[in-house]
Design a protein around this ligand. Structure first.
Ligand code: NAI
Ligand code: MG
Length: 498
């Protein structure tokens, strides 16, 4: 069957020469260099974006600095900032078809995910943050006077941290941009955003809509470019007050070092190796598809991927067979095909990374139950893969694969401390899930696992209303929810001797 035709807006957008937004103007990279954008389902180049580097970052930071220090944005009435964020949400929805198609072509994600999760979630995030500018409150604090008879008034103000550098990954491009811009704009910060070089196109559409919404020039600047050049320049820049990053744990460490120069504030959302724990009494009708979905969603290119599957001995074979059944049944194909469950990996680099893990599993003694290889067709497709008989020593169990791979391990104990020890035997701590009908067990175990989000009979149900982030090497700080605003605010204490 032929793929559905692209909308005229999408073909128009693809025909454009893409530029980046600095201080309200669309510009090429100062160097004139570009980066090819590849459709991972076809390996075809579908356009280029500017290869911005330190020179472009300098200009963008200067624009954001000016917009913060002397522009209207941080002083704008809160209801007005709210209105502009709400407008941005409306504009995302009005352009949903184009944005969804571009996201699929750029990133490869299947339509049945992109349709539900790209624009609807990004618009929802903007509206969530539109609610906050009018509700950012300080405290009035009773303090001990320095001497009897003196009266003191002490209160706190919440002030925007300033110019923010935001670096986003390619696995969920639009959502990542929305979840970064939302709290920065709600608090009155100004932004230099550097989207991932592998999938930067929807960030450029968002930049257009930011302008169309009427957000003042210089408040949001988008510089496309490589991490090692543009990203590194942004994180080291002395005029940037805060950097927010989502990506690999290794780059998280590099960013921390780069931020040390001016001690900019840092928030990090990094990798995961999330435990998915199934007890014998679990409802397997839900747990088995849940395990498959958690591992294979977005081709496993998802920080919440349920990649360590701990199954009780009594039900181990049944669960592994069930998850393998899903793996074999899932339809692999281009994201534009509405029937597709598994799209391509993002790039040839990611394909070779994931292929390395697929080879390492059996070499280290894991049993291959489903999948295990590249699909013989154009595009960066690999089969959803299930390994059984895995253990803590194996590379496939220790490292984040970021591909559609789950590693099943058997457990045979009712001791919750022992189960928690298995789950916690990782450098990461982003999410986890527990599948059982016994809620006392579920809550006791949820308290024992070191992860930022624990699911009970669900996995990775992240929602903008509730905090999200990592323990251990999965990151610093919490995005989403009220806590995300703290990442973009300074607290000032004002004391008056009356
Ligand atoms: P990455 O961490 O290198 O890229 C993420 C972002 O960081 C991109 O915008 C990139 O341009 C930027 N970046 C890279 N190097 C930088 C530097 N030195 N300074 C500043 N910014 C820099 O991730 P990559 O290489 O695309 O993927 C490799 C692995 O990282 C994946 O296989 C996966 O395990 C992990 N990853 C995890 C993500 C998550 O959400 N947990 C997202 C993306 C990747
Ligand atoms: Mg990298």
């Amino acid at each position: 069957m032929p793929l559905p035709a692209l909308s005229p807006d999408t073909t128009d957008f693809l025909a454009e020469k893409h530029l980046m937004l600095i201080d309200g103007k669309w510009v090429p990279a100062a160097s004139g260099k570009t980066i090819d954008i590849v459709n991972p389902a076809t390996e075809e180049v579908i356009g280029t974006v500017p290869a911005g580097d330190a020179a472009d970052i300098d200009k963008a930071v200067a624009a954001a600095r000016k917009a913060f220090d002397t522009g209207p944005w941080p002083k704008m009435p809160p209801s007005e900032r709210a209105r502009l964020l709400w407008k941005l949400a409306d504009l995302l929805e009005q352009n949903a078809q184009q944005i969804t198609e571009v996201e699929i072509l750029d990133n490869g994600m299947p339509l049945n995910h992109a349709g539900r999760m790209a624009v609807p979630l990004a618009a929802n995030m903007c509206r969530y943050y539109a609610g906050w500018p009018t509700k950012i409150l300080g405290d009035t604090i009773p303090v001990d006077p320095p001497m009897p008879g003196v009266e003191v008034l002490t209160y706190t103000r919440k002030e925007p941290v300033g110019v923010v550098g935001q670096i986003t990954p390619w696995n969920y491009p639009l959502g990542m941009v929305a979840m970064k811009l939302g709290p920065a704009l709600a608090t009155g910060c100004t932004v230099v955003l550097k989207p991932a070089e592998q999938a930067p196109l929807t960030a450029l559409i968002v930049a257009e809509l930011v302008q169309e919404a009427g957000i003042p020039d210089g408040v949001v600047n988008v510089v496309t470019g490589y991490g090692e050049t543009a990203g590194a320049a942004l994180t080291a820049h002395p005029d940037v007050d805060k950097v927010a990053f989502t990506g690999s744990t290794d780059v998280g460490r590099i960013i921390l070092r780069a931020a040390a120069g001016n001690l900019k504030k840092v928030s990090l959302e990094l990798g995961g190796k999330s435990p998915f724990i199934i007890f014998p009494d679990a409802d397997l009708e839900r747990a088995i598809p849940g395990a498959a979905f958690s591992a294979f969603f977005l081709q496993g290119q998802n920080c919440m991927c349920g990649s360590r599957l701990f199954v009780h001995k009594q039900i181990f074979d049944k669960v592994v067979e069930g998850v393998a059944g899903f793996a074999k049944m899932m339809k692999i194909g281009p994201g534009l095909d509405p029937e597709t469950n598994i799209g391509p990996l993002i790039s040839s680099e990611q394909l070779s990374r994931v292929s390395g893990f697929l080879a390492a599993g059996p070499k280290e003694g894991a049993t291959l139950v489903a999948g295990g290889k590249r699909v013989d067709r154009k595009g960066y497709f690999v089969e959803p893969t299930v390994f059984a008989n895995t253990n803590r020593e194996m590379k496939v169990v220790r490292e984040e694969i970021f591909g559609p791979v789950t590693c099943a391990q058997m457990f045979d104990t009712d001791d919750l401390d022992a189960v928690a020890k298995l789950a916690n035997d990782t450098a990461f701590g982003l999410v986890g899930s527990i599948w059982t009908k016994n809620l006392a067990i579920a809550h006791k175990l949820a308290a024992r696992i070191k992860a930022g989000t624990m699911g009970i009979n669900t996995h990775g149900m992240a929602d903008i209303n509730a905090p999200f982030g990592g323990y251990k090497q999965s990151g610093w700080g919490r995005e989403f929810g009220k806590e995300s605003l703290d990442l973009y605010l300074e607290t000032k204490t004002v004391v008056q001797h009356m």
